[in-house]
Design a protein around this ligand. Sequence first.
Ligand code: SF4
Length: 369
Amino acid sequence: MKYVDEFRDATLGRGLARAIAAEVSPHRTYHLMEFCGGHTHAIARHGIPDLLPANIHLIHGPGCPVCVLPIGRIDSAIALALDHGVILCTYGDVLRVPASGRRSLLQARAAGADVRMVYSSLDALRIARENPDREVVFFAIGFETTTPPTAAVLRQARATGVKNFTAFCNHVLTPAAIRGILDSAAPEGARLDGIIGPSHVSTVIGSRPYEFVAEEYHRPVVIAGFEPLDVMQSILMLIRQINAGQAEVENEFTRAVRRDGNPKAQSLMAEILEPRPAFEWRGLGSIPRSALRINAAYGDFDTERRFPVPYRAVADHKGCECGAILRGAKEPRDCRLFGTACTPENPVGSCMVSSEGACAAHYTYGCHR
Ligand code: SF4
């Protein structure tokens, strides 16, 4: 398949591994964070750590949308479904994330709530049209990749006069999370030498929003595609920058990412959504202006204005290390519940739910880094 097979070529991969090995300095270590869960999945699936010198440490970042959603937000969604009689629509993985008392949206459904899995925001709007006597809430989550479809469906709902549809907006922002990690008082941010930048997110926002990382924090960023050769090439580009003492934003994923991203998607988001003053992330705590809410012009379509949606911060399950893993401080196998009490079939924490979660990726592919 075009753009897939050619970026999985084993001979080219071995050549890139040799090039990386030839360029690394034996006198230092390289701590590189893959921000995005898609990269975590690709790295585990294709065994990339096995191709790298031992002094290159790949560190998982928080870029898995299901993983970073704090328990309190899922509790709010469960309360909406159970206490307000709405039809609550969301993506499949979200249904399985354990919330307070390890109760999930799936268990709320078993207890009588009308919770439905959708593949897109448009599915949720269709359900609202089919059920004019019911309130339908779209529990919207994700990074900048899934935000434009949420904005588009709200615009469509207004244009077509749908009155029984709102979105519970929990979309989060990648650059703010990177800043949160780099600003962290914990040692994780300080030890990072470079960042493998997100792929799909960057098709929307472009490479420009990462330039502060190079200018203010003096760390290189290389935006990379999701195929194994993309990841290997981006590691080589980061090693070269680090060795040369450079800090620039480079774009390995030139077949899809431009410096200014997708202006149409950006203007759609800006028309309907606005930054929240602060938002709590699992593992990273509260980060200023790191998430979006629906603006006043579209207030009729905002779940948080139509229903009381109190938020309460809730600690992760005792023993679950998701928070430390999302900050890049620990690895899945550092968790004593990994593969025993916590498996993809019976997840204790969010990182074991989605295929983009670090624990699920390590469990599925037997990654031992
Ligand atoms: Fe949390 Fe399970 Fe991962 Fe442990 S193995 S950190 S409990 S998701």
